[in-house]
Design a binder for this molecule. Structure first.
Ligand code: GLN
Length: 286
């Protein structure tokens, strides 16, 4: 078989299941992994001969794509903030919105102080902690998660990206204290209400970890309440709290943060125009 035949049969196999641009993008992602070819090289080498062994890899991937498994889990990796990350069923696949949260933290230039300490709560693949460690080299970054499976991947990701992050296991809903005080606490906790599940695609519903995504309809801000209460005790004076948020819950969360005495509460929209992140601090800056 040659590359263009493989591409044609791949497209036919998935047509009707995904939009054609998405099928093309799957093909490119798989080809980069299995053939080590860039998008341009794929386009320029239609006659390239594909071995039986490689063709089998595509067939296996096709079966998984037909079941709506995310392509990132199939190849076991993705990119976030320009860096490579391993992902598996224990970790959420990092979202572009979360890159914007990272950007917001990096842009808060006062964090370029020596040895500033940051804690990422519910780190998953480690994407927030690791991309910050890479871009804020003077920082001391810690990150926790409830899932040992996620922490294993996060540690590999830190190693792969050559940064030091202190990862540790904690169930944030059942802890009274954190190891120290931080200049920044950041979290992208579970925030999708059960009632929102019907708007979600099968690839998310069936494959991504429930514990990273969903909260009960009657207490959707549970993680935010617990984390902001802990942050009150564990932020340095003038320390800042950053969250990724549910687009529908910005007002409720603002009220909650006010009631916990946080100041300068700022909601920011993502590239899709949705309320997606929030920043605040404990004391008025001097
Ligand atoms: N933004 C993610 C989604 O829509 C949810 C992330 C989260 O719950 N923290 O799938």
């Amino acid at each position: 078989m040659i590359l263009k035949e493989l591409r044609t049969s791949f497209k036919i196999a998935l047509s009707g299941l995904y939009p054609s641009e998405e099928i093309q993008s799957f093909f490119n992602i798989l080809s980069e992994k299995y053939l080590n070819l860039s998008r341009i090289e794929i386009a320029l080498n239609p006659e390239r001969v594909i071995s039986e062994e490689v063709s089998e890899k595509y067939q296996k991937a096709l079966l998984r794509l037909k079941n709506y498994e995310p392509v990132q889990y199939i190849i076991g990796e993705t990119e976030f903030y320009g860096l490579p990350f391993k992902v598996n069923k224990h970790t959420l696949i990092p979202r572009p919105e979360t890159e914007e949260l990272v950007e917001w933290i990096i842009d808060t230039s006062e964090f370029r102080i020596q040895d500033f300490g940051l804690l990422d709560i519910g780190t998953g693949s480690g994407c927030i902690a690791i991309s910050l460690a890479k871009n804020l080299p003077d920082s001391k970054i810690s990150a926790l998660d409830i899932s040992d499976g996620a922490l294993k991947i996060a540690r590999k990701n830190a190693e792969m990206n050559k940064v030091e992050v202190d990862f540790f296991q904690t169930d944030i809903l059942n802890t009274k204290t954190l190891p120290k005080k931080y200049d920044v606490i950041v979290s992208n906790p579970p925030y999708v209400r059960e009632l929102e599940k019907k708007q979600m695609r099968q690839n998310v519903l069936n494959y991504e970890p429930d514990s990273a995504l969903y909260v009960k309809n009657d207490d959707p801000l549970l993680f935010y309440r617990v984390i902001s209460q802990l942050a009150k005790k564990h932020l340095q004076p003038n320390g800042k709290l950053f969250f990724e948020i549910n687009e529908y819950l910005a007002d409720e969360l603002t009220e909650l943060l006010k009631s916990e005495d946080f100041k300068n509460i700022e909601v920011k929209k993502d590239i899709f125009g949705k309320n997606r992140m929030i920043k605040c601090n404990l004391n008025e800056p001097a």
